[in-house]
Structure formats: C-alpha cells, structure tokens
Design a protein around this ligand. Structure first.
Ligand code: ADP
Length: 527
C-alpha cells in the first residue's frame, strides 16, 4: 500500500486511510457513513435478503468446513457479513444437483419456464430498493446508480422470459424426396457462470436469464467481493418458483470452484465475465472437456471526439462512458481521443463537467462517484497516473487520492497522454480520463484499433457519413455514436479480439445456451 503521509486510523469503528490534515473532516463523515450503512444492513437482515450461505439443491448451506469470508463495505471498510467459503466439494454437489434438475427443468414447456422467470422479474423489481442498497453496501456505487442496476439486471429476466417462447428451429427443404430435415434447438445442459464484482446483479441475470429460459440449469459463482446481491437474487428466484437445483450459488475459493466447474464433464458450458487473464485460463481449462465457452473480458474503449462533434453531446456522452461506476466497467471509456481543432475546447468543458462530480459514500444524497472496490484497484490507478505524469502527461484536475480516504480517488482528467503510457494500453478501471490528441480520421481509427482489446468504442461527430465509416472501421463489438451509455437487454453485448467470445442480451444471447440438432427423417414414402 502506497500511503505517503497518510496514516491508518480507526474512527467510529471504521478503518480508513486518511492524511493527517484530513482526519478531522473525515471523522464526522465516516461516522455518518457507518451509521447509514449499518441501519441498511440491519433492515436487509430482517427482510431475509441478507443471506450468507451458499445455495445447493434448493437449500441454504454453510461451507462444509464451516469457514467463511468477510464481505466489506468499500466506502467504510466495515464488515457487512461473513459468507460461506466454499470449494471443490460444495461445487461438485452443486453441479450434481444442477445435473439432476436438468431433465425436469428442460422438459417444461417454454411457457412454464417463462412464467417462473416472469415471477422472478416481478420480485426483483418489487425489491428494487433493498437490492440497490445491497449493491451500494458491498460494491460502493451510488444508491441511485445501484437501483438503476437492479432495473437493468431485472430487464434480462423479463426479456428472456419472453424470448423463451421464441426458440425456433427450422425445417429445411430436403435433398431427397423421401426425407424430411429438421433443425432443433436444445439447451446445452449444466452451465457454470462466473461473475465479477462491478455489476453484482446484472452480470448474473444476463447469464442466468437466457440459461434458465432455454432450459439449462446453472451453478453461479459470484465474486467473493460482492456475493450478497447474488444470494439475495437467488432467494427471490426460489420464491419465484425456480426449482431446487436449477439455480445454485457457490462462492469462496475461486480457483477451486473454477477448477471443479471446468473439470466436470457434466458442466457443458462456462460463461464468464471478468479479467482477460482469468478468462484465458478458463478457456484453456475448458478444452479437455470441450465445453461451450462465452467470455466477456477486459476492454480498452476509445471515446473519439471529432472536430465536427457537438461539444455538449461529446462532453455528456464521454462523462457517462468514463465515470459510470467510478470508471469500473469494461465498457468505460479508457482513452479519450480528441481531434486537434476541438482539443482545447473539449479539455476545458470536459474538465469543468468532471469537477462537478460528487465523490462520497454511495448512501449519501447527491453522490455520483463512490469508492474504488479495494486497495489493489486504487494502487493500480495511482501507478498509472504516476507513469503518465513521469512520461510527460499533465493533470488538469484530480490526480490523487480523495481526502475522504479509503479507496476514494479524485475524478481526474489528464492531457497530453501518449501511446507509450500504461493508461493508453491497459484498462485503468478507475475515474481517470486520459486525453490523447489526433489529427485525422485515419489516425483516430489507427490509434483506436491499436490494442488487443475490442469491446466498446464511442464516437462523437455530426457527420452521418463519418458515423458509418468509423463505426465500420472500428474493431469493436459495440459502438456508440453520440451516445455514452449503450447497454440494453435488447441489444447484443460482447467483444472481439481479446475482449471475448459470444454475446449477451438480445436474441443472440440465447444462442449461447443452445445446441443445434439436425434430425433427418428417412423412409417417408413407405406406405
Ligand atoms: P476482476 O479483476 O474484475 O476481479 P477477475 O477475473 O479476477 O476480475 O474476477 C472475476 C471473477 O472470476 C470473480 O468471480 C473471481 O472470483 C473469479 N476468478 C478469479 N480467478 C479465478 C479462477 N482461477 N478460477 C475461477 N474463477 C476465478
């Protein structure tokens, strides 16, 4: 931990890193935050939505060796709950229960599965506030944004409840007159779903929605940093009528759980959202049992501002694309490429807008920027900023830890960023916007594509022709034109190059959970 002049202190039960001059200010804010968070967790506990055990075969279960992991509030450092720390044995039992549940769940009619999913959707929305509070508590994002995530996450369940009834096959004109050729789409079987901490609900529903809709059964492994939202969502799934074993949740020892899911021949598909490094490991480990794999990995999104852009739209769009979730999404703008003619104007207007962002505890009214998830995250951001500054980049605003301490970082804009700096090459995953200057459209496309990643890209221009030209030239799975927030359950989400395989959401997302079977009916002309 790089602390400089900072000291570790405990105030009002909350351990945090504060510089000595900020400690007085922090002490009262910290106490306030702790109280809010504590009353929220007490309410959640009494509502039955604060679950700490894993879900296996429809039963809430401790880890077999009774060990636990602590889930903490990143805004205060306080422990929210101790959850079961599961491993190979629990995962194998979860797989067995999913395998057992598969024949009956997949044999239900699509309409029957649809009704269960619809009930789950209704329950998620009915508990929007509590789930949002849980997300803020364990992940840190502002409550309004967290409640927005619940609506977004639930939308995948609603969408796939509808889409369940539209899994059409085909009848192919036969190649011989006494044959009939049919194509059936069938569920792949047991699915292992491994999800990250940045969207504790939506990353799960985006996988579990189409999996259950298509007739698959699922073992979910949420991030150990944010398991509580996943467990609450699973509790609501049980209440909605998802049968025992159709949805299991295990968390704890990630490599052990991952190994168990990957080595089991009963698990027919792995779906993963997370870092590129772990994704590559999982893909390799899926090879011996030849599993279907979908991966949603890291990005290095460019937000390209052309001279002919509407300045206001470009500032608003890039602000949303960069600073949502304090910059902790894989579609967050990682590099802001700005054309020569608008560079200075954009730098000024954008910095002004960033200055207005409110950093604070997610439960505090008006907060737009919560803490980063943990020490490793803030250390990475610090090291990227130091690297850029040491190579000649200039900080316009921000550039250091926030006086609130903990993992709060000042929303930052840096200009004169070059391609040799770390933040040009790797995901920052924090509230830092690097401005990179370019001259021509060709330059912008070359710089934008000069990365192994290919998830999201954004362009800002008022030219229709340029919108098409650049959208087509960008090697990315998602392109926003004059728009910074583009994810929706009705459109396909996913990357190219090393950002992943497969798509989530939309009708295309369903295909990831289906196998195609060709049936040839012969001897049709026999009387
Ligand atoms: P991030 O850096 O965003 O936390 P990770 O890829 O480390 O991304 O984590 C995403 C998910 O992958 C989490 O649920 C984490 O526990 C899980 N994970 C990490 N390492 C492994 C592993 N070796 N096997 C299986 N899952 C893993």
């Amino acid at each position: 931990m790089v602390v400089g002049a900072a000291a570790r202190v405990a105030i009002g039960g909350c351990r945090r890193l504060v510089s000595s001059h900020a400690s007085l200010l922090v002490s009262s804010q910290c106490r306030q935050m702790s109280m809010d968070a504590r009353s929220v967790s007490e309410k959640l506990r009494s509502s039955g939505l604060l679950r700490t055990q894993g879900l296996i075969g429809g039963k809430w279960i401790d880890s077999y060796d009774k060990t636990t992991i602590k889930v903490t509030n990143p805004a205060t450092g306080e422990i929210i709950a101790d959850v079961a720390r599961m491993g190979v044995k629990e995962t194998n039992d979860a797989i067995a229960s999913s395998y057992e549940a598969f024949p009956s769940w997949s044999r239900l009619t699509a309409g029957e599965r649809s009704k269960v999913l619809r009930r789950w959707y209704d329950l998620l929305l009915a508990h929007k506030e509590e789930l949002g509070q849980l997300i803020t508590l364990e992940q840190g994002k502002p409550l309004k944004e967290a409640i927005g995530e619940v609506a977004y996450g639930a939308s995948f369940i609603e969408y796939y409840a509808e889409e369940a009834k539209r899994v059409y096959g085909d009848i192919i004109p036969p190649n011989m007159s006494d044959r009939r050729l049919l194509v059936l789409k069938q569920p792949v079987g047991v699915v292992g779903a491994i999800t990250p901490w940045n969207f504790p609900l939506a990353m799960i529903t985006r996988k579990v929605g189409p999996a259950l809709a298509s007739g698959c059964t699922v073992v979910v492994k949420p991030s150990e940093l944010t398991p509580l939202t996943a467990l609450a969502a699973a509790e609501l799934a049980l209440q909605a009528g998802v049968p025992p074993g159709a949805l299991n949740v295990v968390m704890g020892n990630a490599p052990e759980i991952g190994d168990a899911l990957l080595s089991s021949p009963q698990v027919r598909k792995i779906t993963f959202t997370g870092s590129t490094a772990v994704g590559k490991k999982l893909m390799a480990a899926a090879a011996p049992t030849v599993k279907k794999v979908s991966l949603e990995l890291g990005g290095n999104a460019p937000s390209i501002i052309f001279d002919d852009a509407d300045l206001e739209v470009a500032v608003k769009g890039t602000l949303a694309a960069k600073f949502r979730n304090s910059g902790q999404t894989c579609v967050c703008a990682n590099r802001v490429l700005v054309q020569d003619g608008i560079y200075d104007k954009f730098a000024e207007a954008f910095s002004e807008a960033v200055q207005k962002l409110e950093v604070g505890d997610g439960f505090k009214e008006g907060t737009t920027q919560g803490p980063l998830i943990n020490d490793a995250a803030i250390q990475k951001v610090e090291s990227f900023v130091q690297d850029a500054v040491s190579k000649g980049a200039k900080i316009i605003i921000g550039g250091k830890r926030h006086s609130l301490g903990m993992t709060f970082y000042e929303p930052t804009v840096i200009r004169d960023v070059m391609s040799n700096m770390l933040m040009s090459k790797e995901e920052i995953f924090g509230p830092v916007a690097p401005l990179i200057r370019f001259k021509t459209e060709e330059d912008a496309i070359r710089i934008a594509n000069d990365t192994i990643a290919g998830l999201a890209a954004y362009i800002f221009t008022n030219s229709v022709q340029r919108s098409w030209r650049v959208s087509e030239a960008l090697e990315y799975g998602l392109v926003g034109v004059n728009e910074g927030l583009i994810s929706t359950e009705v459109a396909p989400f996913g990357g190219v190059k090393q950002s992943g395989l497969g798509r989530e959401g939309s009708k295309y997302g369903m295909d990831e959970y289906l196998e195609i079977k060709y049936v040839c009916l012969g001897d049709m002309n026999r009387q």
